[in-house]
Design a protein around this ligand. Structure first.
Ligand SMILES: [Zn+2]
Length: 451
């Protein structure tokens, strides 16, 4: 479809690497529960934050690149805890349908027809553009042809944890399901130490698409290679009826009886959990990623996040793929997350803004195994975003709660990932957005013709 030459050309990143960058005169939020300060500066050396402080004590090293952030807010880059990046091609293809009809009647057939390495590469780049433009600096991706997603996210300058998909039926990248574990093992071996921004992982799609034997092998692979094990779990109320050879009386108990829970396990969705399920998740230090907007749109339900947090279960936040959301804007996701939890609890104090921001930053970092992210302090990775506060919806800016209840991804002015400026004044510097949009227009034409 597209030549390798074209892909190589487009992937040659031309954004500058500065030895030192100083953000000066900014309003500064170091972390979700941090204090907001004014007239602050932050110095980045290489890929790491070197220091932060008050402008009164600043000294500007010779040769440093200085960015005047007057009237702007500097905060940690947002982390999207669950996405299927390449599904940008299927955004708006099938809306207003229940999960089963949506997945089996529309998404799986479309994937069988249209998913190929080139599609994954370009559609992941499209997702990267949307994420960068809305302040996401790191994403947990889960899809097929993961080497292409990894290449795309690497080329775009993003940080990512990329889980290669495993299902027990022929998938686009693994026509023979008997080879799914070895395919994922080879992806992990290829990407384990290739790019410090890219971390490979295992993504077993769900207990209704993977047999107990496949799930066991997938988890063994994750354990052996010391990577994260992701799985969609308890998304719909009827999931128990669909599970292949159930080994327990709930999706969580099925996983527990197969010994799949643990510190490196991330259960995505986890909507339909009873108290015993929550006990098992807590006892095994398993993490959860909630995707409230996807769960709302597919009418899957509302996760019991308050109960999870009371039990000290680490809960992250993700958008899910944009075919079921349909946005990748984490600011929008945070807003809806806070509000739907208040409705569920019938309590306006439930899931306060700072807790939501914590889920989208430090807690996502923790569950993805990336501990030096989500907090802007010396020694942490320089993944940060700069928001323009000179906009009606952020004026006046009394406190950071506005980031959850009023801000939009469109307020993000500048993005730095791993010490590199990836987007400035809303222009992406790491790759050619126009070229990506052209490729997607071509791919979407094929989707339209096949309908
Ligand atoms: Zn998902």
């Amino acid at each position: 479809m597209f030549s390798n030459d074209a892909r190589r050309r487009s992937s040659s990143a031309c954004y500058p690497i500065m030895p030192e960058t100083l953000f000066i005169n900014c309003t500064f939020l170091p972390k979700a529960y941090g204090n907001l300060t004014h007239n602050a500066y932050l110095r980045v050396k290489g890929d790491t934050i070197a220091e932060t402080g008050d402008m009164a004590g600043i000294s500007i090293p010779p040769g440093a690149s200085v960015i005047d952030a007057s009237g702007k807010l500097l905060m940690p880059g947002l982390i999207n805890g669950h996405n299927h990046c390449a599904m940008t091609l299927f955004r708006g293809l099938a809306d207003d349908l229940d999960l089963k009809t949506w997945l089996h009647g529309h998404i799986f057939p479309a994937e069988a027809r249209h998913v190929n390495p080139e599609m994954v590469y370009w559609c992941t780049r499209l997702a990267a553009a949307e994420m960068i433009l809305s302040g996401t600096t790191c994403v947990a991706d889960a899809y097929f042809f993961s080497a292409m997603s990894a290449q795309a996210l690497s080329d775009c300058g993003m940080r990512a944890v990329i889980g290669h998909g495993i299902v027990d039926f022929p998938a686009p990248s693994v026509p023979d399901p008997r080879k799914n574990i070895e395919t994922v093992a080879s992806f992990i071996a290829d990407w384990k130490d290739r790019d410090p921004r890219i971390t490979p992982a295992v993504f077993a799609h769900a207990p209704y698409t993977c047999s107990p034997a496949t799930l066991r092998k997938a988890k063994e692979l994750a354990d052996k290679t010391d990577v994260r094990f992701f799985i969609h779990l308890a998304e719909g109320q009827q999931e128990m009826e669909m599970i292949i050879d159930p080994q327990g009386t709930s999706p969580v108990r099925h996983l527990a009886s197969l010994n799949l829970l643990g510190e490196n396990t991330v259960c995505v969705h986890s909507v339909w959990l009873d108290d015993h399920d929550l006990d098992l998740i807590e006892k095994t230090a398993t993490s959860v990623v909630t995707c409230p907007q996807s769960n709302m749109k597919l009418a899957s339900g509302i996760a019991r996040v308050e109960e999870m947090r009371q039990r000290k279960i680490t809960v992250g936040l993700g958008t899910d793929g944009c075919a079921s959301n349909n946005s990748l804007d984490m600011f929008k996701e945070m807003d809806l997350f806070a509000k739907i939890q208040k409705v569920r609890q019938q309590d306006a104090t439930a899931m306060p803004a700072q807790s939501v921001l914590q889920c989208a930053t430090t807690d996502n970092a923790k569950l993805l195994g990336l501990p030096r992210l989500g907090h802007l302090k010396a020694g942490y990775k320089a993944d940060l975003i700069v928001l323009d506060l000179a906009t009606p919806r952020l004026t006046p800016f009394y406190n950071p709660d506005l980031l959850v209840y009023a801000a939009s991804g469109a307020d993000v002015h500048t993005v730095m990932i791993d010490g590199r400026i990836i987007m400035e004044n809303r222009k992406i510097l790491s790759f050619d957005l126009e070229e990506t949009l052209e490729k997607i227009t071509f791919l979407a034409h094929q989707v339209r013709q096949a309908r």
